[in-house]
Design a protein around this ligand. Structure first.
Ligand SMILES: *[C@@H]1O[C@H](CO)[C@@H](O)[C@H](O)[C@H]1NC(C)=O
Ligand SMILES: *[C@@H]1O[C@H](CO)[C@@H](O)[C@H](O)[C@H]1NC(C)=O
Ligand SMILES: [Ca+2]
Length: 501
């Protein structure tokens, strides 16, 4: 019995090996095929995108697939052009909004694949944009980039409460959508100058304002209306208390210089839409003293000129993303790229603080970025923007986002300079002092190598994302005419206005 079993077993084994022997090759082959297929599939999915945690499939935090794993995208330098590329890659017509600070919730992937993205907006895929390199990021879970894409306007109507639907719907002034008198108050603060914003229509109970889209322009109107001066901070928080079931206004959008909140736009009454409303409560901090940066448009006109410069001398500038995409294409495609020249529109940006308080960077010192090439710290990632637009208002030269090292370069008589960039010094601009970014320093230009001769609008704006409170933003942008021929650039007729008009 033993023997028999053994022999049977042996036979079985031999049989098994025999049966297997021939197909073994096939098996390995099949397995290799599978692996290859898997790799192909991975490769095909390489750079794929998905949107996480939005209310619909048209919005969410952006996740990108790389080396077989999903990862997030950091919100540093994230703007509407980057969002446009994401939305188009996903089959939407474009983006309505580029969101920051993990707007749709903390990210789930444990890694950030991308940081400091620079898309021109023309790219077909996000991984064609410039960025710091796969996995190079200093972001945390609450700093993910997100998008809201334009929805397909098909017959299936989306519920009107989603962000983009509301943004697409006609928006009215608060004062036009109610006959009731609206009162405003600040409450829940540690001092009377701060707190959550509450509004009241006629005899209705006090209600809250949604923090979504709530920024310094909106806060400025509230502080002014309440006689509390200027807005030094606009926050979305439940720190000052408030029950989010009492939300009565959302989508509030002001220019910043309205006499009161009723002149601002908002989502239609009865359509209060507030994502993550528990903590998303509008609050402000007001102050009687405030900086006020003023761009010197005369200085821009006086100093603007062209310079043709070899890429060899612009390598530091390239590392800091101060050149247009064309320069990086040359670098990638042409062995002698460093002999090619770029055409730069150079100018001096002279910024005076004409306010009553020092201008200090929005981020604390330990988060400043050290710029190896220029050997100093930048305290505000996007301090200034330089744009060239055609007659239709389309950006034609790549908008240059400049991060400055803020310091007192020149002060009025009797005022002593206080802020210095050198040696990790304190950065800022004192009252009655100017920070001067001279035309001959690196990156103080717009790369116009790909610009056709013609007549354009040239805009230089400071604190253009309204990250730091000011007395007024109406003097933060110089919008000039630019006449450009093959050999000559003339900047003239500058108007001073609020950025983003
Ligand atoms: C908010 O108010 C509602 C209704 O007034 C109440 O039921 C709820 O308990 C309140 N929530 C908090 C956290 O106070
Ligand atoms: C700044 O200059 C203005 C007028 O030029 C003057 O009224 C003001 O007192 C000065 N402020 C400081 C702090 O020097
Ligand atoms: Ca200003």
């Amino acid at each position: 019995m033993q023997v028999r079993l053994c022999s049977v077993l042996l036979v079985c084994l031999v049989a098994a090996t025999l049966v297997d022997a021939a197909p073994d090759h096939e098996h390995v082959h099949k397995k290799a095929l599978l692996v290859r297929k898997h790799l192909r599939r991975l490769k095909k999915r390489e750079g794929a995108l998905k949107l996480a945690d939005g209310k619909g499939d048209h919005e969410g935090n952006v996740e990108i697939f790389h080396m077989g794993k999903w990862g997030s995208v950091c919100d540093d330098e994230w703007d509407i052009r980057d969002a446009d590329v994401v939305c188009r890659q996903l089959g939407f017509k474009g983006a309505v909004d580029a969101t920051h600070n993990s707007h749709f919730g903390p990210t789930r992937p444990s890694r950030f694949w991308m940081d400091n993205l620079y898309c021109s907006g023309e790219e077909a895929r996000l991984d064609e944009c410039r960025f710091d390199g796969w996995g190079h990021s200093d972001c945390s879970k609450d700093e993910a980039a997100g998008v809201v894409c334009k929805q397909h306007h098909t017959t299936t109507t989306e519920p009107p409460t989603t962000t983009s639907a509301v943004r697409d719907s006609p928006r009215t002034r608060i004062g036009d959508s109610t006959k009731e008198k609206m009162s405003v108050r600040l409450i829940g603060g540690r001092v009377p100058e701060e707190g959550r914003v509450e509004v009241k229509f006629g005899d209705s109970p006090w209600g809250l304002v949604c923090g979504d889209g709530w920024g310094l322009l909106e806060a400025a109107v509230v502080c002014h209306q309440l006689g509390l001066g200027y807005a030094s901070d606009a926050v979305q928080t439940n720190f000052f208390g408030g029950n989010s079931s009492h939300m009565v206004l959302s989508g509030v959008e002001c220019r910043g210089n309205e006499p009161d909140l009723t002149r601002c736009l908002h989502d239609r009454i009865g359509q209060v839409s507030c994502p993550g409303s528990g903590e998303n409560i509008a609050a402000v901090v007001c102050s009687k003293v405030m900086p006020d940066l003023v761009i010197d448009h005369h200085e821009i006109m006086r100093t603007a000129h062209l310079e043709d410069r070899q890429l060899y001398f612009l390598q530091c500038a390239m590392e800091e993303n101060c050149l247009a995409t064309g320069a990086y294409k040359l670098q990638a495609e042409n062995g002698n790229w460093h002999l090619e020249t770029r055409r730069l529109l150079r100018f001096t940006a002279r910024i005076l603080n004409a306010g009553t308080a020092d201008f200090r960077p929005a981020v604390p010192k330990h988060l400043w970025e050290f710029h190896q090439c220029h050997m100093h710290y930048h305290s505000m990632e996007v301090f200034a923007t330089f744009d060239i637009l055609d007659s239709k208002g389309t950006k034609v030269a790549e908008g240059h986002k400049a991060s400055f090292c803020l310091e007192d370069n020149q002060c009025m008589p009797g005022v002593k300079p206080f802020y210095f960039c050198a040696n990790f010094g304190d950065q800022g601009i004192s009252v009655n002092c100017s920070d001067i970014y001279r035309h001959n320093i690196d990156c103080q230009w717009v790369d116009i190598s790909e610009l056709e001769p013609g007549l354009y609008t040239f805009k230089v704006a400071i604190n253009s994302e309204f990250k730091v409170g000011e007395m007024s933003f109406e003097n933060n942008e110089a919008a000039c005419k630019l006449y450009y021929t093959e050999s000559f650039a003339h900047v003239y007729d500058c108007k001073v206005q609020r950025p983003g008009l």
